[in-house]
Design a protein around this ligand. Structure first.
Ligand SMILES: Cc1cc2nc3c(=O)[nH]c(=O)nc-3n(C[C@H](O)[C@H](O)[C@H](O)COP(=O)(O)OP(=O)(O)OC[C@H]3O[C@@H](n4cnc5c(N)ncnc54)[C@H](O)[C@@H]3O)c2cc1C
Length: 494
């Protein structure tokens, strides 16, 4: 057997089934592809390319030291695989499963077809809790746990390389014709492991208190999201390290923080599963009764952005809406590539309800800003915060209330919007009260229709978690109080 390990978003040595399997081969090599389809996609930003390359540099050294060459090649997957196959005659292609954007789905289908034609065996392993070809969400949480509790894969001591490893330089952003990236957090497996240790050994103590305010979240959250997105850590290792820390610590505050964090690891896969099950939600509303509701809904037959929509969209992207909390968050995100959950939700809610923009264009813009862009989480959250899932309570965040709750003395706003309070700061681009009244009327009106209610049950059946075992309307029919329904629904996420 001659094996080629195709590294995708799994840039690590530890807990890596394809790399472990390749140790049994008579000759092996690893490949990472710089694909034009990715570079030219509307979600890709130079920061993503820079981070991936920064992860690859130490990984190539680690693999090389154990005898495995890592080739970094630019080109379409099929063309590159074909050329390497002609040169090295590999018989097996090993990779992790990927739940990615539409272009990666099309590419995987093309690679599968090529493998069949070339007689190459392509074997793929899961690396998160996402289940391929899932027929039903029943029992999903149990399957997630079984996978996360399974033993981590041992790193092979060495490989028999197809060729001797070489230390040729990796491409730079400049030689790829890309502008420089914003400053990045430390990339690669070693900093990721250190961050995980630091968080689980103590920093998680204040997690639940810190995660909502943008003043405290940057320190208080784990900041592991880019490492999970690029796979410098395996989800299984993060889960097992967290559970071990909960069991070992006598510190009740730390255990409490870690438990809150542990639940979010399941959310990660729960949201990715939605894109795996219905790839169209990258482009189309979960709730088709929302089609065409807002301008910019190309897939749903809505009108294109008009001039005033474009003006509002540009002001939102540039952090000059005249709503200081919104502008501060957007500016922090653009400068650092990260924002905490609540403030991400507020930015999207503002675009969807106050500015009445469809989620697709704001979602692409945010995808480029988030270093941790993870398509399954991202598109599900974009739709959830825009009210187009058809089944969630509409969550409309008031920027004023968010500022009162999470930045009461204005420290955060002053840091990111220094001109606030001077004539240089713009006036609000929309009247909040009127904009929200119109948005609510349109959306609640739509949800009351028989068509929307029927659709909601089908969406819940397909995508909702099964903690209560009952769809929303089932709970209501049984006379469960609105508060309990809301609590159960919140537990269940969506
Ligand atoms: C509109 C919108 C878009 C988002 N897009 C992304 C994205 O592209 N990539 C991404 O990783 N997260 C996304 N999130 C979820 C969340 O904001 C980030 O995971 C979190 O802020 C990352 O920081 P952290 O690692 O310090 O999080 P922590 O609070 O330390 O959480 C630990 C991990 O749990 C997972 N997690 C936390 N919150 C959520 C959540 N609400 N849903 C699913 N998983 C969660 C992430 O993997 C995260 O790294 C989005 C949220 C919103 C509202």
């Amino acid at each position: 057997m001659k094996a080629l390990v195709w590294l995708k978003r799994d840039l690590r040595l530890h807990d890596h089934a394809p790399l472990a399997e390749a140790a049994r081969a008579d000759g092996a090599a690893a490949l990472w592809l710089l694909e034009p389809a990715w570079l030219h996609s509307a979600e890709c930003d130079p920061q993503h390319v820079a981070f991936a390359l920064a992860c690859l540099a130490p990984l190539r050294d680690d693999l090389g030291a154990r005898g495995l060459p890592l080739w970094v090649e630019a080109g379409d997957a099929v063309a590159v695989l074909q050329a390497l196959h002609a040169r090295h005659g590999f018989t097996h292609l090993f990779s992790h499963e990927e739940t990615g954007p539409g272009w990666s789905y099309d590419r995987d289908r093309a690679v599968a077809a090529w493998c069949r034609a070339a007689g190459v065996v392509w074997r793929q392993w899961p690396q998160t809790g996402v289940v391929r070809l899932l027929r039903d969400r029943r029992g999903w949480a149990g399957r997630w746990l079984a996978r996360m509790d399974a033993p981590q894969v041992t790193v092979p001591a060495g490989w028999r390389g197809l060729v001797p490893p070489q230390a040729t330089p990796l491409p730079t952003l400049a030689c790829l014709g890309l502008p420089p990236a914003r400053p990045l957090p430390a990339a690669g497996e070693a900093p990721a492991q250190a961050l995980l240790q630091d968080f689980t050994a103590g920093r998680a103590r204040g997690y639940r208190r810190a995660l909502s305010s943008p003043l405290t979240a940057a320190e208080g959250c784990s900041r592991l999201s880019p490492h999970l997105a690029f796979g410098t850590l395996s989800m299984r290792q993060v889960h097992q390290t967290t559970e071990a820390a909960i069991r070992a610590t006598p510190d009740r505050a730390l255990a409490h923080g870690l438990r809150g964090f542990a639940g979010r690891l399941r959310w990660h896969c729960h949201f990715m599963q939605k894109l795996e099950d219905e790839p169209a939600v990258e482009f189309r509303n979960f709730s088709r009764t929302c089609d065409g509701l807002r301008p910019g809904d190309d897939a749903g037959g809505g009108p294109p952005f008009g001039a005033s929509d474009s003006e509002r969209f540009d002001a939102w992207c540039e952090g000059r809406t005249g709503f200081p909390m919104v502008d501060a968050c957007m500016r922090q995100l653009r400068a650092t590539g990260w924002l905490n959950f609540r403030m991400r939700a507020m930015l999207v809610s503002f675009a969807a309800y106050h500015l009445w923009l469809h989620w697709r264009a704001p979602g692409l813009f945010l995808a480029r800003q988030f270093l941790d862009f993870e398509p399954g989480i991202h598109w599900s959250q974009m739709q959830m915060q825009s009210g187009t899932t058809g089944i969630n309570t509409l969550r409309i965040y008031s920027p004023t209330k968010q500022a009162q709750d999470h930045d009461p003395d204005g420290t955060y706003v002053r840091r990111w919007v220094p001109e606030f309070g001077t004539p240089a700061y713009p006036k609000p681009i929309v009247g909040e009260r009127a904009a929200l009244a119109t948005a609510k009327e349109r959306l609640y009106g739509l949800r009351r229709t028989a068509e929307a209610r029927q659709e909601a049950d089908a969406i819940q059946q397909r995508h909702g978690s099964r903690k209560s075992g009952l769809p929303r309307s089932g709970l209501q029919r049984r006379g469960t109080s609105a508060k309990v329904v809301k609590d159960v629904r919140q537990q269940e996420l969506f």
